[in-house]
Design a protein around this ligand. Structure first.
Ligand SMILES: *Cc1c(COP(=O)(O)O)cnc(C)c1O
Length: 389
């Protein structure tokens, strides 16, 4: 793709492991007993849709995205997979949605009527979204029966799915159990009495699929867990981490005690220190809110503190404890050892925002593809070679 016209060596990059994505998809399917709607909105949570869709296609019944432009990206990569639009399409997107055969989630009779007008096939598939307490989109569940009667009277559209969304699946078990019971009660009525016997049910995001597998319905709509981050801590050991985010050291300086580091002079060295400057900043998605928040990076296998403020293109790490640190060394920012959840906690945000914040300057590589920067492994190889020779 021409979106990342960078050539190695890269300043900052993410390595994506397709087998880890596939393993997580299998784990979620086995655990929930449901089929998978793989949520790949926002460039597959920053993982790079071109890496993620092919890896997940064998395991996903359907892909889900936020808008028509993302749906076209998925279509290009997995031409036969159904693509669901999670939120209401903008009115100007609707013609494209219908013509392209994407599946809209519909929150109102008006939306369904608009699709009906645009439809040139007999039964363009739509999914009905019910609001059972999320308060964002969807038909109020009390209005569902009446709405379904009106929608079923329309030409050109067919309700093939019934969906809802859980606002606190990771936080409030009792509320969520009530929501799930309500969803299944309404869905049962629609299926058994309102002619939607074949509509598929989906209500669970990652947290829902992990905590309430017996209530999952036919399909689960999972994003975060596929990307190796469990919103329910006990489940974390069962997931593989598909993305490792790295950068390189561009400068190493030895400084005395008493030197200020970075904007705002919020950090001053307390001892003679070795400072490593790294080629990543908040413009790449390394959150500025990590400034002074105890963030760490891994250089040559050791955790090194990030000192002072995160700037737009660079950060400074404390490499004093390292025997060797050179410009051109690889530095790990996020991965299995430094999970997204750790960065999120230290930055005062959530893992979803850390992933989707990864910027366009972060080159997405398939695992094993060369970054052009020497890492721990290539160091070892080099040592082995020099011993041999
Ligand atoms: C983003 C999204 C999901 C996926 O949520 P995760 O917590 O990342 O699994 C599911 N359903 C809807 C409607 C969404 O917008």
């Amino acid at each position: 793709m021409t979106r990342h016209p960078h050539h190695p060596p890269h300043r900052t990059w993410a390595e994506i492991d397709g087998t880890a994505l596939a393993a997580n998809a299998r784990t979620i399917r086995e655990h929930s007993g449901a089929d998978l709607i793989a949520v790949v909105k926002a460039d597959a949570y920053g993982h790079g849709i071109a890496h993620v869709v092919p890896a997940l296609a064998p395991h996903a019944t359907m892909f889900a995205v936020a808008n028509a432009a993302e749906a076209h990206e998925v279509r290009a990569l997995a031409p036969r997979a159904p693509v669901l639009l999670l939120g209401p399409a903008a009115p100007e997107e609707r013609a494209d949605v219908v013509a392209s055969g994407f599946i809209p989630m519909v929150s109102s009779v008006d939306e369904a009527a608009a699709y009906s007008q645009l439809s040139r096939t007999a039964r363009a598939p739509i999914h009905l979204k019910l609001d059972i307490g999320m308060g964002r989109v969807g038909l109020w569940h009390e209005d569902a029966v009446e709405a379904v009667r009106e929608i079923r009277a329309l030409r050109g559209v067919a309700i093939t799915g019934i969906a809802s969304h859980l606002p606190v699946a990771d936080e409030d078990e009792e509320f969520t159990r009530g929501q799930l019971a309500l969803f299944h009660r309404v869905a049962k009525t629609l299926r058994e009495e309102e002619g939607l016997a074949h509509a598929k049910l989906h209500v669970c995001n990652s947290a829902g699929a992990i905590r309430f597998p017996e209530q999952a319905g036919d399909l689960v709509r999972v994003g975060l867990a596929l990307y190796g981050s469990a919103p329910v801590a006990e489940f974390q050991p069962r997931l593989a981490v598909p993305l490792v985010w790295k950068t390189q050291v561009t400068l190493v300086r030895d400084v005395p005690a008493g030197r200020d580091v970075s904007y705002g002079r919020t950090f001053t060295t307390q001892r003679p220190s070795r400072l490593a400057t790294l080629a990543v900043g908040y413009a790449d998605g390394y959150p500025r809110h990590l400034s002074g928040g105890g963030a760490e990076v891994i250089i040559r296998g050791r955790r090194c503190a990030v000192l002072g403020r995160v700037t737009m293109d660079q950060i400074v790490a404390d490499a004093t404890a390292l025997d060797v640190c050179e410009a051109g060394d690889e530095a790990m920012l996020m991965g299995a050892e430094i999970p997204a959840a750790e960065l999120a906690r230290k930055a005062g945000t959530i893992s979803w925002e850390i992933f989707t914040g990864l910027g366009p300057r972060v080159v997405r590589l398939a695992r094993g593809q060369e970054s052009g920067v020497r890492g721990q492994e290539s160091d070892t190889r080099r040592l082995t070679r020099s011993t041999d020779g």
